[in-house]
Design a protein around this ligand. Structure first.
Ligand code: HEC
Length: 147
């Protein structure tokens, strides 16, 4: 009778000790999973903020598309002041000849190309092309403001 009681008691405390240990281990596991999750959330939020910030300047979403697809030839400021621009005799996008073009004409040049300029209708969406048309006009506004 007594022996059995002790046995039960020992078994019981053994189980408790194991229980406590694995609970601690679980806590460590849970907190490291939480930490990893927090880091991932932080990274996602961080990159989303950067993306928003990149498209924010001057409320001109065409600016980043222009940087990525057009600046190699036209220069980031649209002046055409690049080695490629000079060799291709690329017009300054601020010039009256370019600025007098309608939105539809500009969208047509960007989509289908002109002379040595390739068309972008297969690599850019209609929205991106529309944003670029706005950007080309904003280039001239910026120049007018700085004069
Ligand atoms: C491979 C170099 C190159 C790239 C890349 C390029 N262009 Fe051009 N672009 C040219 C050349 C060359 C001309 C002059 C074409 C002509 O008049 O024969 C030109 C002309 C233009 C014109 C003036 C059109 C006119 O009728 O006078 C606009 C506007 C223009 N590009 C916008 C863009 C935009 C926006 C992008 C990016 C999506 C872009 N270009 C990418 C080479 C390029």
């Amino acid at each position: 009778m007594l022996k059995r009681k002790i046995g039960v008691g020992l078994n019981g405390s053994d189980a408790n000790t194991y229980g406590e240990t694995s609970a601690k281990e679980r806590n460590v596991l849970v907190s490291s999973v939480l930490t990893v999750t927090l880091v991932i959330v932080w990274l996602l939020v961080g990159s989303a903020t950067v993306a928003v910030a990149a498209s924010a300047p001057g409320n001109d979403p065409g600016a980043s598309t222009f940087e990525a697809h057009c600046a190699t030839c036209h220069a980031p400021d649209g002046s055409g002041n690049t080695a490629v621009g000079k060799s291709m005799k690329i017009p300054d996008l601020h010039s009256a000849e370019v600025q007098k073009l309608s939105d539809a004409q500009l969208a047509d040049v960007i989509a289908n190309g002109k002379g040595l300029m390739p068309g972008f209708k297969s690599s850019l969406s209609k929205d991106e092309i529309d944003a670029l048309v706005k950007h080309v006009h904003q280039l001239a506004e910026k120049k007018a403001m700085s004069q």
